[in-house]
Design a binder for this molecule. Structure first.
Ligand code: SF4
Length: 226
C-alpha cells in the first residue's frame, strides 16, 4: 500500500446497493463510531455530546470538517486497479455500531479503511480507536479479517499505517462498553482538566475547573468542621 495518497481516479463504477445494510432487527441501540473517538479523547466530552446534545465548533473541529469535504459524498470508483469507496456506510450488529468510512479500498476483496485527519502524522489513540472500530465493522460486513488500515493526514498528504493489534481491539471494545454505559446514565463524568481542555471546542460549556473548585471548597469545609 502506497504511503502517498494516489492521484486521480481512473474510472467510476456504479456504487448503489452493492453493500450489506445494517440489520433492522438488531436489538442494540447503535452507537456512532465517532462517539468512540470522542470518548477516547475525553469521556466528559463524549457525554456532553451524547447526553446533552452539546456542540460547538472551534478551529480544530472546523479544520477536521474541511479535511472531510472531499470524502463526504458517497462514491465508488476504480483507481489503479483498486476499488475505492468514499463515505461508505459501516455497521456492526454484534457490537451495535454504525458510522461511515471516509475511504475504504478493496484489494483482492479485503477492505482497507483509510480515515482522513488534519494535523501531523502522529496518531492519537482516539484516531486509532475510530479506525479500529471501522475495521471491525468491515470484518462483520464482509466476513474477512481486516488486519490494518491507515490514517491519512491532509496537511502532509501522507498516510500512517495502523496495525490493528489485539491490544488496540481490546481497547476499542472497552470503549464501546464504556460509551454504552455512559448512554444509560444521566451523570457527566468528571472533567479531565488537563492539556486537552484548551483545544476542546466544548470548553465553555464544560467549565472543567468548576467541579474541582467545588470539590476543593467541600474538602476545606469538611476539614473546618473537624
Ligand atoms: S473541556 Fe476538558 S474536561 Fe471538558 S469536555 Fe473538553 S476535554 Fe473534556
Amino acid at each position: 500500500m502506497s504511503d502517498l495518497e494516489p492521484n486521480q481516479p481512473e474510472a467510476e463504477v456504479d456504487s448503489e446497493d452493492r453493500f450489506p445494510k445494517y440489520p433492522s432487527s438488531s436489538s442494540l441501540e447503535p452507537i456512532n463510531i465517532s462517539a468512540l473517538a470522542q470518548y477516547a479523547y475525553c469521556p466528559r466530552r463524549c457525554a456532553l455530546i451524547l447526553l446533552e446534545q452539546d456542540w460547538n465548533d472551534n478551529e480544530y473541529t472546523l479544520r477536521g470538517t474541511r479535511a472531510h469535504e472531499t470524502v463526504d459524498v458517497p462514491e465508488g470508483l476504480t483507481r489503479e486497479g483498486v476499488q475505492v469507496e468514499r463515505a461508505l456506510p459501516l455497521w456492526s450488529e454484534r457490537l451495535g455500531l454504525i458510522g461511515k468510512g471516509d475511504v475504504v479500498e478493496f484489494v483482492d476483496n479485503i477492505p482497507y479503511p483509510v480515515e482522513y485527519k488534519v494535523g501531523n502524522r502522529w496518531a492519537k489513540l482516539s484516531d486509532e480507536v475510530q479506525l479500529c472500530a471501522q475495521a471491525m465493522c468491515l470484518e462483520e460486513m464482509f466476513g474477512v479479517p481486516v488486519p490494518e488500515g491507515a490514517l491519512f493526514y491532509k496537511t502532509t498528504q501522507r498516510r500512517r499505517v495502523i496495525d490493528l493489534t489485539p491490544e488496540l481491539r481490546a481497547e476499542t471494545l472497552m470503549i464501546i462498553r464504556a460509551v454504552r454505559q455512559l448512554m444509560s446514565q444521566d451523570k457527566l463524568p468528571a472533567p479531565v482538566a488537563d492539556n486537552r481542555c484548551p483545544n476542546c471546542s466544548l470548553l465553555n460549556s464544560c467549565m472543567p475547573e468548576v467541579p474541582q473548585a467545588l470539590q476543593k471548597l467541600l474538602t476545606l469545609g469538611l476539614e473546618g468542621d473537624t
